[in-house]
Design a protein around this ligand. Structure first.
Ligand code: 5RP
Length: 218
């Protein structure tokens, strides 16, 4: 089974969490795209979606699914999204697709965050995947110097601008032993919009596709 087939398997399992007559929070990336495509088949049963990126909004609309403004719907019952890494506490690294800020907002505004991935994303220690941070452009050099003081190596994601008009620094050489503390530390650097650690608000369930079937945590 390919990683993409495993991602689809996880997305199929997440569809079970969607309840009729609700607005669904939808993430970004290749795994979330499988979820969007499956949602297309049941669009008549839901009241709409809130998207975590322009790319996902476009894909949802392509299926004829209504995309709503988060401000007009309030708290969401469910958010489904992928991840770049997860540990066993369901602390995540996200933002490989650069959508981390809107993803974190939708996750924060959702009662249940179901994370879907192939099983290669489950790791013992977060940080092998370069940690994305979204940064206000004029703060780029300052934030990079602060990251170096914390032991990281920040690399500018060349030619990339977020949906919010900002840049991404990808931090290499990390072993994140205390994800909540590290999230708080990076959050406190002036000029950082969002760090791609989702530990203060982790996922509530992790569904992993694998060659031996679905695995779920907790
Ligand atoms: C986008 C994300 C994605 O969820 C993450 O990069 C995983 O992507 P994929 O499902 O393509 O492996 O955080 O900002």
């Amino acid at each position: 089974m390919t990683p993409d087939e495993m991602k689809k398997q996880a997305a199929e399992a997440a569809i079970e969490y969607v309840e009729s007559g609700t607005v669904v929070g939808v993430g970004t990336g290749s795994t979330a795209n499988h979820f969007i495509d499956l949602l297309g088949a049941m669009k008549g049963k839901i009241d709409g979606t809130v998207a975590s990126s322009e790319a996902s909004a476009e894909r949802l609309r392509g299926h004829g699914i209504q995309v709503l403004d988060l401000n007009s719907v309030g708290q969401l019952p469910l958010y489904v999204d992928g991840a770049d890494e997860s540990n066993r506490h369901l602390h995540l690294i996200k933002g490989g697709g650069g959508a981390l800020t809107r993803e974190k907002i939708v996750a924060a505004a959702s009662d249940k965050f179901v994370c879907i991935a192939d099983d290669s994303k489950l790791v013992d220690v977060l940080g092998a995947f370069p940690l994305p941070i979204e940064v206000i452009p004029m703060a780029r050099s300052y934030v990079a110097r602060e990251i170096v003081k914390l032991g990281g190596t920040p690399i500018l994601r060349e030619g990339f601008t977020t949906d919010n008009g900002n840049i991404i620094l990808d931090i290499q050489d990390l072993k994140i032993m205390e994800p909540v503390k590290f999230e708080e530390q990076i959050n406190s650097i002036v000029g950082v919009v969002t760090v791609g650690i989702f530990a203060i608000r982790p996922a509530d369930a992790l569904i992993l596709g694998s060659s031996s079937g679905i695995k779920q945590l907790p």
